[in-house]
Design a protein around this ligand. Structure first.
Ligand code: NAD
Ligand code: K
Ligand code: MN
Length: 361
């Protein structure tokens, strides 16, 4: 039996609630399938670790993760620690350390979800956003001088490399090619950002020639927000920079009903390092510690994790269970105006996984 080695990093806030829920569902899937297993190792990195050790994760932390088949992550963000410390000290350290340069964010309206777009039928909104995940606006290049003085100055430099742009665009074209509509929208802001974004546009035109069967168009990021609201069916696969896609994917999640549902994979497409899967939401300070977090974003992230491992049947089985719980309004958590708890939704998904096994046995 194949046993996958999985690292779990709950991190902070509701990450500590949704990651154990994700692990519970993975254990149920493995038990129900009998064909594969998981060996979990949990890492208690995050805000509490920082209070004890002065760092979010140990210096040799990446080495502890290196031989894992995948990582399930929660959130980095603590009410008492500045956000740039928690983010750079944990999540970005892993994403950049393992060169997970493609951040994939599927969005669609699941059954039973009351999404805010009035004229949008469920099939009209079915997108995958590819976010450049290793450089760009989040390259970490910049500095701050003369702190506290009137001449104080600060920069955050957008760094785009040809290699970095080519590889993420090629990944996005390939992903678009694998989807039924074979359609890609390349988002930039090349009217205002006249160096890096103009290079991005030029590279997009070059890579497009490798994919004659993919139809593609370009959109400026500000116009893109309006298009997502007004013409959702005109979009399918979308690729954008680190910052732009970060923002667009929260909008996408809200348009599909809730931030609590949306999944993501930080992927090393070359499989040199473990890839990391997580809900797109953060620590949710307002509801943390109460058992009210929606675990669906984490479960959908587990679907992506399973697909990445090549366990397509288990991935499809879990997706069906997720759709069955979203279709049932008694299983809706507070973000969907329901009253269900994290534990209730998790137990229901596990029950469904065992029930499908009995049916197919
Ligand atoms: P957030 O995603 O934590 O919360 C935004 C809102 O959405 C809150 O009202 C929250 O209650 C709600 N929400 C989010 N997920 C939910 C869920 N699963 N179920 C129900 N409701 C949910 O975003 P924020 O408030 O901007 O950030 C809080 C902290 O999280 C910050 O420290 C931020 O830096 C961090 N953060 C981390 C990541 C990450 O690790 N990938 C991502 C985003 C934010
Ligand atoms: K997250
Ligand atoms: Mn974000």
């Amino acid at each position: 039996m194949k046993v996958y080695r999985i690292a779990t990093i709950p991190g902070d806030g509701i990450g500590k609630e949704v990651v154990p829920a994700g692990q519970q569902v993975m254990e149920a899937l493995a038990a129900a399938s009998g064909r594969f297993g998981f060996e979990f190792e949990n890492f208690d990195w995050g805000g509490d670790y920082y209070r004890q050790h002065g760092v979010m994760m140990p210096a040799d932390g990446l080495d502890a993760l290196r031989d894992k088949d995948a990582i399930l992550f929660g959130s980095a963000g603590d009410p008492d620690i500045p956000d740039h410390i928690t983010l750079w000290g944990l999540r970005l350290k892993i994403c950049q350390g393992f060169d997970q340069y493609a951040n994939v964010r599927p969005t669609r309206i699941l059954p039973g979800i009351d999404a805010p777009l009035k004229r949008c039928k469920p099939g009209d909104l079915d997108w995958v956003i590819v976010r450049e995940n290793s450089e760009g606006e989040y390259a970490g290049v910049g500095g701050r001088v003369h702190q506290g003085h009137p001449i104080e100055a600060a920069t955050d430099v957008t760094l785009m490399t040809r290699v970095g742009v080519e590889r993420v665009l090629r990944f996005a074209f390939r992903l678009a090619q694998s989807r039924p509509r074979r359609k890609l929208t390349v988002v930039t802001k090349s009217n205002a950002q006249r160096h890096a974004m103009v290079m991005w546009d030029e590279i997009a035109r070059e890579i497009a020639r490798e994919f004659p069967d993919v139809s593609w168009d370009k959109e400026l990021v500000d116009a893109m927000t309006a298009r997502m609201v007004n013409r959702p069916a005109s979009l399918d696969t979308i690729v954008a920079t680190n910052l732009h896609a970060d923002i667009l994917s929260d909008l996408a999640a809200a348009l599909a009903g809730s931030l609590g549902i949306a999944p993501t994979g930080n992927i090393d497409p070359e499989h040199r390092y473990p890839s990391m899967f997580e809900p797109i939401h953060g620590s949710a300070f307002d509801i943390m510690g109460k058992g009210l977090a929606n675990p669906v974003g984490t479960f959908w992230s587990v679907v992506m994790l399973l697909e990445h491992l090549g366990e397509h049947e288990a991935a499809a089985q879990l997706m069906r269970a997720i759709e069955a719980v979203t279709a049932d309004t008694t299983m809706h958590t507070g973000d969907l105006d329901g009253t269900a708890t994290t534990a209730q939704v998790t137990d229901r998904v596990c029950q469904l996984l065992f029930a499908t096994r009995r049916k197919s046995a």
